[in-house]
Design a protein around this ligand. Sequence first.
Ligand code: DAH
Length: 338
Amino acid sequence: MQAELEQIETEALTELKVVNDLRELESLRIKYFGRKGQLTTVMRGMRKLSKEERPIVGKLANEVRTNITAAFDRVTETLNQRAREQQLAAEAVDITLPGRRPRIGKKHPITQTFDRIQEIFRGMGFQVAEGPEIEHEYYNFDALNTPAEHPARDLHDTFYIANELVLRTHTSPVQVRVMEKQKPPVRIIVPGKVYRLDYDISHTPMFHQVEGLLVDHQVTFSELKGVLYSFARQMFGEMTRVRFRPGFFPFTEPSAEIDISCTVCGGKGCRTCSRTGWLEILGAGSVHPNVFRYVNYDPEQITGFAFGMGVDRIAMLRFGITDLRLIFENDMRFAQQF
Ligand code: DAH
């Protein structure tokens, strides 16, 4: 039995030297320490030994077990260490790789156009006001002297989103909201998004406008002309000519549609201006007395003018963009060009 124990020890220690991984180690553990393992079997056999033999063999058996166990622990530690190193090597990050360059954004041409328009009007003493895109019919229509049966209220143009609530079809309702809260003088512009049920090559359901309103004692139509001339020349260049044509809007009387000389051909006539030499960019007029009545201004005391322009059209002219749809695709290759 002693010889057997010694042999087990020698064998076990030899085998442990060539173990490659934790799985092999586990089968060795079973081979020696398992329920039917070699060492277990020998230890169990000790019951049959005589009283004299038992302590001697027992001592040896314990030594053998301690030695083998210690060897197992060393190998386990080595294998674990190796596994950790492999994992670290596999998960290593190459810190010498160059980083990803952050992509620098560009202001969208619409934003740039808004910025420029605001800059020009700030220079003429206007302040910037804003209002909600979900608007009450009252502000979008009624208080702008646009009664219920007016064609502009037709479902073909307006997104109704709930009873008496619409997506604003223009920035004009902000005129009313501001005048309700503020006594004259009022001198504001209103940049913003507006919505109409319209979709083709030159119309999108959402587009952008800038509204203007100047109200005070004794404001005249010639001041409107002066402001718009100045705007057109700053926006499109000193050579720009401006033309007023009679127009109609419910909330202004008289009303005008305002053209600038074509920015592409300078007025000679080309495709952009449909050979007319002129481009329509604005609606404007003297504020209708009824609008003043809605906000409790006295139309006998107070006069003013208002105007509204389409920003998308102006951006297209300014940057030579020929397809309106490009403006809304948010393609960086497009935005990067301006
Ligand atoms: N709100 C008009 C539109 O969307 C534009 C407009 C015309 C605004 C005349 C005005 C104005 O303030 O006086 O077509």
